[in-house]
Design a protein. Structure first.
Length: 366
């Protein structure tokens, strides 16, 4: 299924970045948003992105001008009528997305592939609103989409295999590395990143450490380029709270930390300044154990469910989340007994069953 014209609905941070990336790699892109001001900001953002690439010798001037020429902007959904692929990147609410699908489907080509950039909603649930669920698929980019190389390709229960193949090829053509995922809450990467960040907030709630202290330990034990509190501030607490809350259906372990819930409502960011963030063995060991356990448990559960492969999880952790120590490889190095020790407090506190994939540790990344 070769694509010539791509539609992107939503011109916010994600949608504008997705459109700029696609146009950079030779595709004609029609960006649609109901706000003229948002479209103007998206256009300016794309122009700045291409200009920076020229300054840094990543593009020459003629390629930059050609990429800008392939991008068009409109408030009119009818401009999507001849698109071969349409990617929706709007607010993360099922009802809002389904309302959009009902509005645009009569406009789109009969065989169009419709993709959603959702980071946490079930693709199969969203597909209930479309006439051809076989042509509906999750295409989840990571922020910033102009730079982050990872895209989760999420096959819904009714997504046709040839649609998956075409989107994987499209990712390759736009210089993205696809992570193939089953349709499960959180997909491959947010399934463990959100609980890891949520556990950091629980540690703060319990006065086990300050954000700066917890971030420092995260950098040590997982090689995180930025700790969980820095990332939560970058993502936004409303987004973080919504993503974690979407996982709560998976069991008590996934329930929202009090501070995440509160900051999700208020929009308040974390205070990261702490003059007393120097190492402390006992405190840091507690933080380390909790962060590792909260990362490993959802990964092993996802492996039990065959959501994604260990290799793809580690690739995504390295390239999208900037974990210097990929978690599946780290579990192999630590060994099954140590990982079980880290999981035991969570199993007891949240009445969680030990994942059967625990028995595969030592061979996850072979």
């Amino acid at each position: 299924m070769p694509f010539e014209r791509i539609g992107v609905i939503g011109a916010g941070t994600m949608g504008s970045g997705i459109a700029a990336n696609i146009a950079e790699h030779g595709f004609y892109v029609r960006q649609v948003d109901i706000s003229a001001e948002t479209l103007y900001r998206a256009q300016r953002s794309a122009e700045k992105f291409y200009a920076r690439n020229v300054e840094r010798h990543r593009m020459d001037l003629s390629d930059s001008e050609a990429a800008r020429a392939r991008l068009s902007y409109s408030e009119d959904f009818n401009t999507l009528a001849d698109c071969d692929l349409v990617i929706e990147a709007i607010f993360e609410r099922i009802d809002v997305k389904m309302e959009l699908y009902n509005k645009i489907l009569p406009i789109l080509k009969d065989e169009v592939i419709l993709g959603t950039n959702t980071s946490c909603l079930r693709v199969s649930t969203l597909a209930e609103a479309v006439a051809k669920p076989q042509n509906f698929i999750g295409i989840h980019y990571f922020n910033p989409p102009t730079v982050s190389p990872i895209v989760e390709v999420v096959k819904g229960e009714k997504t046709a295999p040839e649609v998956v193949i075409s989107i994987v090829e499209f990712c390759n053509q736009t210089n993205k590395k696809p992570v193939l995922c089953r349709d499960s809450s959180g997909f491959a990467l947010n399934r463990f990143f959100c609980p890891y960040a949520n556990e950091a907030a629980r540690l703060f709630d319990e006065k086990a450490g300050s954000p700066a202290q917890i971030d420092r330990v995260a950098s040590d034990v997982l090689g995180a380029a930025a700790g969980p509190f820095v990332v939560m501030n970058l993502v936004g607490m409303q987004v973080m709270s919504h993503a974690q809350n979407n996982l709560s259906q998976l069991g008590p372990f996934y329930s929202l930390a009090k501070s995440v819930e509160q900051k999700g409502l208020s929009g308040e960011v974390w205070a990261l300044d702490d003059l007393n963030s120097a190492p402390n063995f006992e405190r840091d060991r507690t933080i380390s154990d909790r962060l590792l356990g909260a990362t490993f448990l959802p990964i092993l559960q996802a492996l039990d469910e065959e959501v994604a492969s260990p290799a793809d999880i580690d690739m995504g952790a390295q390239l999208a989340l900037k974990f210097g120590k990929p978690p599946c490889a780290l579990m192999d190095r630590l060994g099954a007994l140590e990982v079980e020790r880290l999981l035991q407090p969570f199993a007891e506190k949240y009445d969680a069953t030990m994942p059967s994939s625990l028995s595969k540790i030592g061979e996850l990344t072979e």
